[in-house]
Design a protein. Structure first.
Length: 348
């Protein structure tokens, strides 16, 4: 209801402005101009009503055509469809209002009214309606274009910020510090395991640097990286961490936001207690075109969450798709559901 009210207000304002311009021109050109008689004349009232309803009708018409051709590059197709339909609409509105005026003022019959109509007067109204409508819609198109450019620039800024925040999260100095401590102890206890640990650690950081500028990556590749990351964590936490990945149903054309899995795995370890008697179970599996990352809940009592990591993931997804990231916390589990974005339909 509110958009229609706004439409009527806009129609009233524009029609009043046009009427005021016409009145001013007549007043300037005729020294004996009678302002009151002109404003209250049938011609002026008829013109005002025609302008009012033409604006509403053409705006509604253009909105419907824009739904048929929604892309901005289809602007020519919109105009080519708009012109013939608005010509018919103009004839209907002009005929109806003129007949209504004659009916109520001199009680003229429909037959008499039709007999006195000329094509020329309708042709002029059609031409005026088309020109005025195209000028108005060109203004709105230009405004929408500029707003689109601004939104695009804002999106690029948000994307750059989100990627920067993601990179900072992945290169967490605490993670590196803990990894180096594990590596130091492994060098003394098990040199071969230390070599494997170092190799995995270098592969992780190389992957982070390779993917930092990408918006999307194949889900299979992200899961492959997650296995390397989880194996490194398994060495660090030994029997305190249980990992299960079911990726048999992952398709080649399904994609994820890069490094989302690592961030969610780190989040689970950061906020939950791990021990041989209190094992943290992390499950990663596909369900209904989504990748589910779930862990049992055994929260650290002193740990407070800023939510920055999860916000980073949801913000990055929001820039790429209308599908939401679902975050569900129950008494026993914490679950994050990530949309699997198809390569050929990234904005769906």
């Amino acid at each position: 209801m509110k958009p229609f009210k706004t439409l009527c207000i806009n129609a009233l304002l524009i029609t009043l402005i046009i009427s005021a311009v016409i009145t001013a021109v007549n007043f300037a050109s005729d020294p004996n101009f009678d302002l009151r008689s002109f404003v209250l004349s049938k011609g002026m009232l008829s013109g005002f009503l025609i302008g009012f309803f033409l604006y509403i009708g053409n705006t509604f018409l253009y909105r419907q055509i824009s739904k048929i051709f929604p892309e901005s590059i289809q602007y020519v197709k919109r105009i080519l469809l708009f012109i013939p339909i608005t010509a018919i609409l103009t004839i209907i509105i002009v005929f109806t209002i003129r007949f209504a005026m004659m009916k109520f003022t001199v009680n003229q019959s429909l037959e008499e009214f039709i007999a006195k109509q000329s094509f020329g007067s309708y042709f002029n109204m059609i031409l005026i309606s088309i020109i005025a409508s195209l000028l108005i819609f060109s203004f709105y198109f230009y405004k929408a274009f500029k707003e689109g450019q601004l939104d695009k620039q804002t999106g690029l800024t948000k994307s750059a910020t989100a990627q920067f925040e993601s990179l900072k999260n992945q290169l967490d100095p605490h993670f590196l510090f803990n990894s180096l401590n594990v590596l130091t102890s492994l060098i003394e206890e098990d040199p071969q395991k230390a070599v494997n640990f170092t190799t995995s650690l270098s592969r992780i950081y190389r992957y982070v640097l390779e993917q930092k500028d990408k918006n999307l990556i194949e889900a299979s590749q992200e899961i492959k990286f997650a296995r390397i990351f989880l194996n490194l964590l398994a060495i660090r936490f030994e029997g305190s961490l249980s990992i299960h990945i079911a990726d048999e149903e992952i398709q080649e054309d399904e994609q994820l936001v890069p490094l989302a899995l690592q961030l969610l795995i780190e989040n689970a370890i950061k906020h939950n207690s791990l021990s041989l008697h209190s094992v943290l179970h992390i499950h990663i599996y596909k369900e209904y075109e989504r990748l589910i990352i779930q862990n049992n809940l055994q929260e650290k009592q002193s740990m407070s969450s800023s939510g920055i990591g999860l916000k980073n993931i949801t913000d990055r997804y929001a820039l790429l798709t209308k599908q939401e990231v679902y975050i569900i916390k129950t008494a026993d589990h914490f679950t994050v559901s990530l949309p699997l974005i198809k390569k050929e339909n990234k904005a769906s």
